[in-house]
Structures are given as structure tokens and as C-alpha cells.
Design a protein around this ligand. Structure first.
Ligand code: DGY
Length: 310
């Protein structure tokens, strides 16, 4: 008889908060405990759909312990009166740090240089060896200027980059001035960015927003960075654009068919590939789990959720 079901290992602090509310089940065999569950804490690796909801007739809250919620059927939750929450704000800096690590790493060829050392390829300093590209003086284009996009923009100025952005909602003039960022149409973002970094959620409108046609409209020699969601990019088209040299490189933390990575990407030297680690710091994961737990605590105590979605 679990009142709360959790699909991942909760930190002690979150267990301490929730245990007084009732028994907690999971992560082992969490699906078998859904029948009595009033709260489900889950991740983006779980599909919360009509079938799952049917197996959990007493469910009151789905506390999604990540920020993206494309794996949750919001309409089905709404229809059953189930509150859905996510974890905005607590992973902004960690994710922006990884985006910037990819920008630096991709422009300077850090992955392939490091691989070369490990493979015994470093046989002495050469004037023309391991040449990358300067960040300073280049234009960083940000697609999606929410919290994470803004945090990436803040990191770009000290590196001497110009920042342009395209977002559904334009920032006010004061925020643009503080970030040193200029709003542009999507076409101009594509054609004027030396480095294009994606920070939009996955929606039907943003799926494959960077497809073969968009890549063609990007500057020859530009770099593409994606720490948002893999399906924003048509991966097969990206492989083609990198192979034929239209794009100079790509830095990816997310993939179209995660955890599968397009085999063409694995063969290319000018890509830096990370295993979806945007929010993967001890402190950030702790904050994500605690925010999810606080949302459960609020709803099961009859309070409004802290960070509802939908
Ligand atoms: C999220 O929160 O949506 C990430 O992709 C995992 O940090």
C-alpha cells in the first residue's frame, strides 16, 4: 500500500520530507505499486500516458523531476484531474555550463585533441597542429531565450561573443540590454550565427526546427550546439551537413532517438558528443529531486503545487 511511488532513488532529504505522508514505493517494481498511488515522482525516461493513468486510478500528482515534460500526456492528466509539475529554475546554470562546455569544446576541437593524446597521436607541438576556432568576435545565436538560453547568453559576453536570439517571446528592452542580446527573425538567426545553440522545449512546432533546409540557410562553417532535446534537429541531415563541410562542427548532449546516437555522428571527428548530462551535477540533481518532492508534499497536503505545468 504505497501512497507515493518514485521511479528513481530519492535523496534522503526528499525521503524525510515525504515519509510522514505515507509509504513510498520504488524504484524497484514501481509499476506494480501504481494501484494505490496518489503521487508519482518520475523522470523523462517514463511515459506518463493514458495506460499508466488507468493503472493508477487514485493518482493526484505526477511530479516530473526534470524540466522537460514532452513524455507526459498533459491532456490525459487533465482529464483525470491529475496535477503535473516539473523542475524549472533549479537546473539552469548546470545546463548552461554544459552548453558552454560544448561551445568551447567544439570550436577548439577538445574531444578529438584529447582522443589523439590517448591514442598516442601527440608527437610534438606543431604550429599548425590541432587548430580550432576563436570564440571572441564570433556571433552566438540562441534559439529559445528562456532561463537556460539567457544563462548561456550571460556566459558568452566574457568570451567576447556577440549574442543574437530568436524566441517566441521577445525579452523586454532592459533584459536585452543587460544580456547584450539582440532579437532577430528566425531566418536571420540561421544566416548570422557562427554558433547556433538550441534552448527551446520539444513541441510539435519545434520538432526538426533545424532540418536540412534550415542547415542550408545556416552560415557555411557554422557550429550547431544542442543541449535541449534531440528531435529539434534532424540528425540524418546534420550528419550530411557535417560530412559535406557546410557545418564546421556540432556539440550534442541530446539525441533524436536517445539513447541511440546516429552512427554517422560517431564517425565524425568534428563533433563532441555527451550523454545527456546537462543537469548532471550532485547539487543540481539534489535540487531537482527536492523540488519534485516539495510539489508532492504540497499537493498531498491540500496546497497548490509550486511549479505546475499545463
Ligand atoms: C530536463 O530536465 O528536461 C533535462 O533534459 C534533464 O535535466
Amino acid at each position: 500500500m504505497a501512497r507515493i511511488v518514485c521511479t528513481f532513488t530519492l535523496p534522503d532529504e526528499a525521503v524525510d520530507l515525504l515519509r510522514p505522508l505515507g509509504p513510498i514505493a520504488g524504484p524497484e517494481g514501481w509499476r506494480e505499486s501504481l494501484a494505490d498511488a496518489e503521487a508519482l515522482l518520475c523522470l523523462m525516461t517514463e511515459r506518463v500516458d493514458a495506460d499508466l493513468l488507468a493503472a493508477a486510478p487514485r493518482l493526484r500528482i505526477v511530479a516530473n523531476a526534470v524540466v522537460g515534460y514532452e513524455h507526459v500526456d498533459l491532456a490525459a492528466c487533465r482529464a483525470r484531474g491529475v496535477t503535473v509539475t516539473n523542475t524549472p529554475g533549479v537546473l539552469t546554470d548546470a545546463t548552461a555550463d554544459v552548453a558552454f562546455a560544448l561551445i568551447l569544446g567544439t570550436l577548439r576541437g577538445v574531444s578529438s585533441a584529447e582522443r589523439s593524446v590517448r591514442e598516442g597521436g601527440f608527437d610534438g607541438w606543431r604550429f599548425d597542429g590541432y587548430l580550432g576556432a576563436d570564440l571572441a568576435g564570433r556571433t552566438l545565436g540562441i534559439y529559445g531565450m528562456g532561463r537556460i538560453g539567457q544563462a548561456v547568453a550571460r556566459r558568452a559576453a566574457p568570451f567576447g561573443m556577440r549574442v543574437i536570439y530568436h524566441s517566441r517571446t521577445r525579452l523586454d528592452a532592459a533584459a536585452e540590454a543587460a544580456l547584450g542580446a539582440r532579437w532577430v527573425e528566425f531566418d536571420e538567426l540561421l544566416s548570422s550565427s557562427d554558433v547556433l545553440s538550441l534552448h527551446a522545449p520539444l513541441t510539435p512546432q519545434t520538432r526538426h526546427v533545424i532540418d536540412a533546409d534550415a542547415m542550408l540557410r545556416m552560415r557555411r562553417g557554422a557550429f550547431l550546439i544542442n543541449t535541449a532535446r534531440g528531435p529539434l534537429v534532424d540528425e540524418a541531415a546534420l550528419v550530411d551537413a557535417l560530412r559535406d563541410g557546410h557545418l564546421a562542427g556540432a556539440g550534442l548532449d541530446v539525441y533524436e532517438r536517445e539513447p541511440a546516437v546516429h552512427p554517422g555522428l560517431l564517425d565524425l571527428p568534428n563533433v563532441m558528443l555527451l550523454p545527456h548530462i546537462g543537469s548532471a551535477t550532485v547539487e543540481t540533481r539534489g535540487r531537482m529531486a527536492m523540488l519534485a518532492a516539495r510539489n508532492v508534499h504540497a499537493v498531498l497536503s491540500g496546497q497548490p503545487p509550486l511549479t505546475p505545468v499545463g
